[in-house]
Design a protein around this ligand. Structure first.
Ligand SMILES: *[C@@H]1O[C@H](CO)[C@@H](O)[C@H](O)[C@H]1NC(C)=O
Ligand SMILES: *[C@@H]1O[C@H](CO)[C@@H](O)[C@H](O)[C@H]1NC(C)=O
Ligand SMILES: *[C@@H]1O[C@H](CO)[C@@H](O)[C@H](O)[C@H]1NC(C)=O
Ligand SMILES: *[C@@H]1O[C@H](CO)[C@@H](O)[C@H](O)[C@H]1NC(C)=O
Length: 294
């Protein structure tokens, strides 16, 4: 007796359904690749960074901190660096009221701004702590570029020059720790901007109009204990959303503690295609046998 068309259809549908059950973790948001230790779906990545990143449709990837949502422009997994950009910050071409960049204690511990990100505090009053008691927190220049050059070269900052008829208002190049421990109000500077890549010689030959404005964050997250093994088996490294325990996510219908069993990963990739075929084949065989015997 031949297998009924109905049964064959069932087998096909079952195989297709398994293909549709993709891995539960998205691996990109817009242009930015999402990989361990990060995750944009709850339960993906490491529980340490849970809820930090969110993918907002076409607007892209955002880092959530106590002071707001910051656009994540790129993540370099080799250098362990995240580039964020605060759209409400001043740059060489736009002057915007200051808005403190606040990170939680955990964020600051795990992913602090990199040493080559310099905060330029602008238009500081003569009473500012960084011009008095804390003046040692400022450095005079960024790769040979002075505050005065910033005021002169940037359309956005020329205004400061014009509002004072003697010398340019004071400014201070400093690190994030200064801004973190004294808010902008305490610092008594009306504006700030941040420049990345200020450590090497990279900025020496280019003027402020061509600098890259943003914040580079350096993260240090211990590699997940079994993450490599999980990835090798085709899973995504994640955690139990209730207990926070690390887990290997194999498909939306299956989680494993360490690694995915052969055939449990249904991400539709090349590697798993033969498994799906085999699966379908075995099912078809069973149906045939079943039909044959009845
Ligand atoms: C996400 O997108 C929605 C609408 O597309 C918008 O209202 C919201 O402000 C966005 N959130 C962020 C953090 O940009
Ligand atoms: C610069 O700072 C002074 C106070 O120190 C303030 O009155 C002035 O408006 C600021 N300039 C700009 C362009 O915001
Ligand atoms: C500079 O400005 C002050 C007031 O802000 C004014 O009294 C003084 O005459 C000005 N000096 C010059 C040289 O324009
Ligand atoms: C697998 O783990 C993820 C993340 O904790 C969870 O959302 C999902 O419901 C789990 N699935 C199963 C089948 O347990």
């Amino acid at each position: 007796m031949a297998p009924s068309p109905l049964l064959m259809a069932f087998v096909l549908a079952a195989a297709l359904l398994r293909v549709a059950a993709a891995l539960p973790c998205r691996s990109s948001c817009g242009e930015v690749q999402i990989d361990y230790p990060f995750g944009i779906d709850d339960g993906c990545g490491t529980p340490q960074l849970r809820g930090w990143l969110s993918c907002n449709g076409t607007s892209g990837l955002f880092l959530q901190t106590p002071s707001g949502a910051y656009k994540v422009e790129s993540i370099d997994y080799q250098k362990q660096r995240v580039m964020v950009y605060d759209p409400s910050m001043s740059t060489c071409s736009i002057l915007q009221p200051h808005h403190d960049f606040v990170m939680s204690d955990v964020q600051y511990a795990v992913m602090p701004p990199a040493d080559d990100t310099v905060f330029a505090l602008l238009n500081c009053s003569i009473d500012s702590p960084v011009l008095n008691h804390y003046r040692y927190l400022c450095f005079n220049d960024v790769a040979g570029h002075s505050c005065n050059e910033l005021y002169g070269a940037c359309n956005a900052f020329r205004l400061f020059h014009m509002s004072s008829n003697t010398t340019a208002p004071a400014c201070c190049f400093t690190r994030y720790s200064t801004v973190r421990f004294m808010s902008m109000n305490m610092l008594d500077c009306t504006h700030y901007t941040t420049v990345v890549g200020a450590a090497g010689e990279g900025l020496r030959s280019i003027g402020p109009t061509d600098w890259v404005y943003g914040i580079g964050l350096s993260y240090a997250v211990p590699p997940g204990l079994g993450c490599e093994r999980c990835k090798k088996s085709g899973g995504a490294c994640g955690f139990d959303t209730d207990s926070g325990a690390e887990m290997c996510l194999c498909s939306s219908t299956m989680n494993a503690t360490r690694e995915c069993a052969a055939g449990s990963v249904m991400d539709g990739g090349e590697r798993t295609a033969p498994v799906i075929l085999l699966h379908g084949f075995v099912m078809a065989l069973c149906c045939l046998l079943f039909n044959f015997m009845s």
